[in-house]
Structure formats: structure tokens, C-alpha cells
Design a protein around this ligand. Structure first.
Ligand code: 6PG
Length: 470
């Protein structure tokens, strides 16, 4: 008997996704470049093995699928995806479909969708979030492609996806690269959420001399309030774990140098292309890049004296930190959704903002209680910046004071809070009716005759610079 769906690439994510699909009752055929990996995978599939067909060649994979075929690719993003499409294409028939479930750059997905429209196999790009656990038991899925192609695979995707109060977290976001774009911004927000947590962790560790176990306790408490989220939950968990070799908290023996595969960077790059302000995410990317320069940082510590210093006794209370995090989170998501909105306009996608917030409520890495409130606020008025939605405006009105206190105290003690501080700076800019860009315009006109608008009306004025010392 032929399988309903195929999957290529049995790395961690591919293997977990295949098991998830089989568990939901679909017969699946799998192929991996290395045959031993395929064999080992099926040998370890237990009860699910009867629904899984191991194949030894691409041709065998294709033969073992019901037509029209649907084949999921779970291979590293970039060239491997193009190679796999090139290898599969001659083996496929009209109507067959390739689904790229990796972390593709949406511009690649746009190009691949274009190739499909020119006569190649049908193509869907789906962003899949949730790590290993999510892939196995319910990820969040952000689709991009043609509605009719999505409809064909939707029953499988909805079956394997996470459920929020029964609603599957699997949504078609728009054409071509729309799903991978949304996944990219998801990852940018993921970087920012992680960075803000790391910053507050740093304030507690260095500014308040709190041991990891105490920090864990606070995270745990926050996870029961407005900050309830997967990332706070795992931060409570990791700070509670003890290293078996040294008996110290494991976070204390982990090197402070963070890597990235690139999705956070892509978010920042695309935001710059779109002139969309996302300083919190950009700061998070910057912070990872700075963390990587360990040697230079050590040199800096030797030259300028070690930062940070301990905060004055009682300068900050745990509830200040929680409130500051709430403000930071609202500002970060407001920026992220505004970026999505700008991309939607620019690329003609009509991205469904409330649906994006909904699809992130379960399964994905940034899942949190607040996303449900965001879904509601975006449904009220999708085009409005989230900071102006009454629910969040009220929240910010209260919590920005704590963010301000935290950023100010931290600055005095040399505790770097790039993400939280840039969120605050953006918030303050957003409530400054008279900004300082008049000075920028004057300078531009002075050195380049770029012209300026006047407050009393009219465009393309020039200053009398030459007459008065210019
Ligand atoms: C997810 C994650 C996942 C992964 C990325 C980001 O949504 O499940 O975002 O896709 O962790 O690879 O990782 P980097 O930190 O390596 O960029």
C-alpha cells in the first residue's frame, strides 16, 4: 500500500515530525541521505513503525507515495533545499507537491514558488516552530503558498499541530514566502524575548547578587502572572538545574557566548529594508554578536574596569523587574507586529495579523498568555500599533515607570540592558510630539541643500546658511 505523505531528512526535527504524522494516523514514507539513519529511525519507531515506510532511494520514496504526491523537506535551509528540489523534480508528476518545512529565508521561498508557477512541482513553504518537543507533539505552523495547495495538506498539518483550546495552530498566512516571513519574525521576537529574560537575569545575578536558585524561584512566580510563557518557564527550569560535574548551578558553568543560525539577523535586515523600527529585536541580534566577541570583552574589562557593579540596596524590587519585563514585552511585540504589517503592505500579502497572534498561542517557542490578548487587540483594529490598543496602552501606562527605573538604575551600575533600554527609548520617542529630527533636517539642508518643511507650512525650504556663517 502506498503512503499518504513523504518526508525527506530525518534529523531531529524531521524525525520528530515524521513520528507525529504517523501517530495521527497517516501512513508516511521517509528517506534520508544516509540509509542507516532511516533504518535506525524505523527500528526505534515502536508502535508507529507499521505506519512508516523506510525507503532507500528518492525513486523508491516517490514510488511509495499516493498520487498526487506530497513530500515534506526537512533539510538545512539554503542550498540543500534547492538541491533536494532539483533531485526530486524529474521524478515527480504534474500535481505533485513539495513542502519546505525548514527555516528558509522567505526570499528563497518566493523564488521557489515562482519556479513552481513556471511549471515545476507545486511548492509550499511552511514555518514550523516548537523545537524537538513541538515537532513531536504539536508545533505551530505558519504556511505560505497557494490556497489550493495548502488545502490539500491542511488535514495533516492541522492534525499534527498544537491546539489552543481545540483550535489547531496551523494557518495559511499568504502567498509564496509569507509563511516563512512570519516564521522569521517569530524567531526575531524569540531572540528578543530571550534577550530581555537574559538581561533581567543579569540584573538579578550581578546587580542583586542573587544565586541561580533564587532567580529560578522568581521566574517561576512570574510564570503564573501576565508574563506566563514557555520561555519564562524554561528559564525557571534551567536556573534550577545543577551541573553534575561541579555541583554548581548549570547556568554558572555555561560559556556566555551565543550563536545564531540567522533568522534573527534576517528579521533585522528585512526591517531595515522596510524602514520598520524594531529596536528591541535589533538589540537582541546585536547582543548575540557582541557576546561572541569574548576576547574583546575581556580586553575591555581589563582596560575600562569591570562592569557591572552591585545595585544600591533596595534600588529595585522583584516586582519592578516583572513590571519592566511586561513593558519590554509589549514594546517588542508591538514592533514585531508593525514589521509584519509593513511587510504585508510592501509584498501585497494581506497577512492576517490576529491569526498570526493566534497561531503563536500554542506550540511555538514564543507561546505565551499575552498572545491571546494580542490576538484580541489586533482583531479590534489590525492596522493599529499594539501600544495604542486600550488593553496594552493601559498596561504600558503602568509598567513603563518600572522599565524606566530599571534602565536608569542599571545604567548607573554598568549593567547592560540593550533590548530593554532600546524598547524604552522607542516608547519615549513614540510619545514625543516634537522630536529632534528638526535638527537632522537642518543639518541635511546645511551640508546638502536637501530642503526642509516648516512648522508654519510648506515644503522644500532652505535655511539662510550662507549668509550667517554657513
Ligand atoms: C523554533 C525555533 C527554531 C530554532 C531556530 C533558532 O521556532 O522552533 O526558532 O526554529 O531554534 O533555529 O535558532 P538560532 O538561535 O540558532 O538562530
Amino acid at each position: 500500500t502506498q503512503s499518504e505523505i513523504g518526508l525527506i531528512g530525518l534529523g531531529t526535527m524531521g524525525a520528530m515530525l515524521a513520528l507525529n504524522i504517523a501517530e495521527k494516523g497517516f501512513a508516511i514514507a521517509v528517506w534520508n541521505r544516509t540509509t542507516e539513519v532511516t533504518q535506525r529511525f524505523v527500528a526505534n519507531a515502536g508502535d508507529l513503525a507499521p505506519r512508516i515506510t523506510a525507503t532507500q532511494s528518492l525513486a523508491e520514496l516517490v514510488r511509495s507515495l499516493k498520487a498526487p504526491r506530497a513530500i515534506i523537506l526537512m533539510v538545512p535551509a539554503g542550498q540543500p533545499v534547492d538541491d533536494q528540489i532539483a533531485a526530486l523534480t524529474p521524478l515527480l508528476d504534474e500535481g505533485d507537491m513539495i513542502i519546505d518545512a525548514g527555516n528558509a529565508n522567505f526570499r528563497d521561498t518566493n523564488r521557489r514558488a515562482q519556479d513552481a508557477a513556471k511549471g515545476g512541482p507545486q511548492f509550499l513553504g511552511i514555518g514550523v516552530s516548537g523545537g524537538e518537543e513541538g515537532a513531536r507533539h504539536g508545533p505551530s505552523i505558519m504556511g505560505g503558498g497557494r490556497a489550493q495547495d495548502w488545502a490539500r495538506i491542511e488535514p495533516v498539518l492541522q492534525a499534527i499541530a498544537a491546539k489552543y483550546e481545540g483550535t489547531p495552530c496551523a494557518t495559511l498566512m499568504g502567498e509564496a514566502g509569507a509563511g516563512h516571513f512570519v516564521k522569521t519574525v517569530h524567531n526575531g521576537i524569540e531572540y528578543a524575548d530571550m534577550q530581555m529574560i537574559a538581561e533581567v537575569y543579569g540584573v538579578m545575578r550581578d546587580g542583586m547578587s542573587m544565586p541561580a536558585a533564587a532567580i529560578s524561584g522568581l521566574f517561576d512566580g512570574w510564570n503564573k502572572g501576565p508574563l506566563q510563557s514557555y520561555l519564562i518557564e524554561i528559564s525557571a527550569a534551567v536556573t534550577a538545574v545543577v551541573d553534575q560535574k561541579t555541583n554548581r548551578p548549570i547556568v554558572d558553568v555555561i560559556l556566555d557566548r551565543a550563536g545564531q543560525k540567522g533568522t534573527g539577523r534576517w528579521t533585522a535586515i528585512e526591517a531595515q529594508h522596510l524602514s520598520a523600527p524594531i529596536p528591541v529585536i535589533e538589540a537582541a541580534v546585536m547582543a548575540r554578536n557582541t557576546s561572541a566577541r569574548l576576547e574583546e570583552r575581556l580586553k575591555g574589562e581589563a582596560r575600562f574596569g569591570a562592569a557591572p557593579q552591585t545595585l544600591p540596596e533596595g534600588a529595585l524590587m522583584p516586582q519592578d523587574l516583572e513590571a519592566a519585563m511586561i513593558a519590554g514585552k509589549i514594546l517588542c511585540y508591538a514592533q514585531g507586529f508593525a514589521l509584519i504589517s509593513a511587510a504585508s503592505d510592501e509584498f501585497g500579502w494581506a497577512l492576517p495579523l490576529p491569526e498570526i497572534a493566534k497561531v503563536w498561542r500554542e506550540g511555538c517557542i514564543i507561546r505565551s498568555a499575552m498572545l491571546n490578548d494580542m490576538a484580541q487587540a489586533l482583531a479590534e483594529e489590525p492596522g493599529r500599533n499594539l501600544i495604542f490598543a486600550p488593553f496594552f496602552a493601559d498596561h504600558l501606562e503602568k509598567s513603563h515607570k518600572a522599565l524606566r527605573k530599571l534602565v536608569a538604575q542599571a545604567a548607573l551600575c554598568g549593567l547592560p540592558l540593550p533590548a530593554l533600554a532600546s524598547g524604552l527609548a522607542w516608547f519615549d520617542m513614540m510619545r514625543t510630539g516634537r522630536s529632534t529630527a528638526n535638527m537632522i533636517q537642518a543639518q541635511r539642508d546645511f551640508f546638502g541643500a536637501h530642503g526642509f518643511e516648516r512648522i508654519d507650512g510648506g515644503a522644500d525650504h532652505h535655511g539662510p546658511w550662507a549668509l550667517q556663517g554657513g
